[in-house]
Structures are given as C-alpha cells and as structure tokens.
Design a protein around this ligand. Structure first.
Ligand code: HEC
Length: 113
C-alpha cells in the first residue's frame, strides 16, 4: 500500500523541483545578459531604446533575430550603413554572450520595467 501512494507524491514533487530550477536558470540568464549588455547601452540606450536615429532599438526584439543579426555582423555577411560599428562589437562576443544578451533584450518586452 505504501508504495502506491508514494508514487503520487513523487510526481508533483519532481515537477515543482523542475519549475523552481528553471525559474532560477531564467533569472540568472537575464542577469548575465544585463551585465554583458552594459557595453551595448552607450549606443542602444540604457533601456534598449536608442536616442540616435541611425542606431536601432533592441528592446523587445525577438531572441533569435538578435542572435542571427549578431552572427551576421561577426561573419561580415551584414555590411553597409553603420554595420562596421557592429562588426567590431560582435567580434568581442562568444556564442554564449550573444545568447545571454539576446535573452535579456527579448525579455525586456515592449513595456518599461
Ligand atoms: C558604437 C555603437 C554601438 C555599440 C557599442 C553597439 N552597437 Fe549594436 N548597432 C549599432 C549601430 C549603428 C547599428 C546599426 C548597424 C547597421 O546599420 O547595420 C547596430 C545594430 C545592432 C543590431 C541589429 C539590430 C536590427 O534591428 O537589425 C543588433 C542586434 C545590435 N546592434 C546589438 C548590439 C549588442 C548586443 C551590442 C553590445 C554587445 C551592441 N549592439 C553594441 C551601434 C552599436
């Protein structure tokens, strides 16, 4: 008898454990991204909204789009306009940096936190 209901206890406990650790992971990634994005703020604005017309906003942008953009600057596939500025920025980033920063800007959403 004991065996049967211990099974009902383990499932919810395992689920709770998973969602708690995922929450910590997401929070950690956001903070890492925020820290790494400090260098971007001079041009893209403190809140990801730039005050210069030719510098794009990053706030609320899709995570995948941010990553592919950064990779295409790094590989020099994206050129023209002011791309040369971003090529130098992208050179300094690892794949993990790009992922963390992109996560941060995508999670900022379009409303101010
Ligand atoms: C020296 C100023 C400067 C800094 C610092 C800078 N950027 Fe940029 N960024 C630009 C400019 C200018 C563009 C537009 C380039 C173009 O015309 O393609 C741009 C474009 C981008 C784009 C493409 C946006 C789009 O909508 O296509 C992304 C993504 C981006 N920057 C991310 C970053 C990240 C992440 C950092 C920090 C690691 C950073 N930038 C630091 C000036 C800067």
């Amino acid at each position: 008898m004991g065996k049967k209901w211990s099974r009902w206890l383990i499932v919810p406990l395992a689920c709770a454990g998973f969602s708690i650790s995922f929450g910590v992971y997401a929070d950690n990634k956001f903070n890492l991204g925020k820290e790494k994005a400090k260098v971007c703020m001079t041009c893209h604005g403190v809140n990801g909204i730039s005050s210069i017309q030719s510098y794009p906003n990053l706030r609320g942008q899709k995570m995948s789009y941010l990553i592919t953009s950064l990779k295409s600057y790094q590989s020099r596939e994206r050129t023209g306009g002011l791309a040369v500025l971003m090529q130098q920025q992208a050179d300094a980033l690892s794949d993990e940096d790009m992922s963390d920063i992109a996560y941060y800007y995508s999670q900022l959403g379009s409303e101010f936190k």
